[in-house]
Design a protein around this ligand. Sequence first.
Ligand code: 13P
Length: 253
Amino acid sequence: MARIRMVAGNWKMNKNYEDGRDLAMAVRDALGPSEVKVVFCTPYIHLKTVSIILKDILNIHLGAQNCHEKESGAFTGEISAPQLKSTGCEYVILGHSERREYFKESHELLAEKTKAVLGQGMKPIFCFGEKLDSREAGKQNQIVEKQLKESLFKNFSKDEFANITLAYEPVWAIGTGKTASPKQAQEMHQFIRSLVKKKYGAETADSTTILYGGSVKPANAKDLFGQPDVDGGLIGGASLKAPDFVEITKAFF
Ligand code: 13P
C-alpha cells in the first residue's frame, strides 16, 4: 500500500483570530489540487472557523495541537477529544517536545491522550525525538525507541496503530534554524520503520507515515522529502507564512 505523504503545519501559539483566518484562506486559495495531504494544526480558537474555510476542500484537513485525556468534566481550561471532534477536527498533535518539556507530559499520559483521540475516530500525529545532549552522546536511537515503546507499542494494537502518523522531531532542530541533514533524517526514519516492523510487521511498517519536523523551510524541504523513509513534514515557523508553506507542500514534485 502506498504511504500517505503529508505536510502538516503546527501553528503553535501564534496568530490571533483574524490573522489565523486570513492565513488559512491564503493557503487554501494558493494550494489548488495536490496529491499531498495537508493539515493545519491550529490553536483551539481557530478550529471552527478554519473548519468552515476548509469545507469541501478535499486535500486540506484540520488538526489540533493537544487534547485532554478525559471525555468531559471539571477540568477548567482543558479541551477534550469529543469537543475537538465536534469542530470538524480530524488530527491531533500529541507528544510534541514542547508539551513534554514545559507541561511534563509523560509516556503514560501520552498513551491516554492517544487513546482518547483514537476513540473519537481522529488521528494522532505522535511526536518524539531526542535532545541535543542525547544526539551528541550518540544515544538518539535509544531515546526514540523508548519514546515509541513506552507510549505506543506497549498500549496499541496493530489496527489502532494504523491510524497513527509518526513525527520525528529532533529537539535540537526545532525553531533553531539547524535542520537534521537529509542523511541524519533518513537514518533515523529507517530506524523508526524497522522498530514498527519488529512490533507490528512489514505491512504496517510500509504503510506508516513518518514525518520529519525541525526547521523545515522551502530551501531544504526537497532534499528532506526526497529521502525514501521521509514521508513529509511537520512545519512550525514556516507554516505561518502562506507562500512558504505552500512551497513546502510542492517539494515532493
Ligand atoms: P520549526 O519548523 O519552527 O522548527 O518547528 C518544528 C515543530 O516543532 C513542528 O511541530
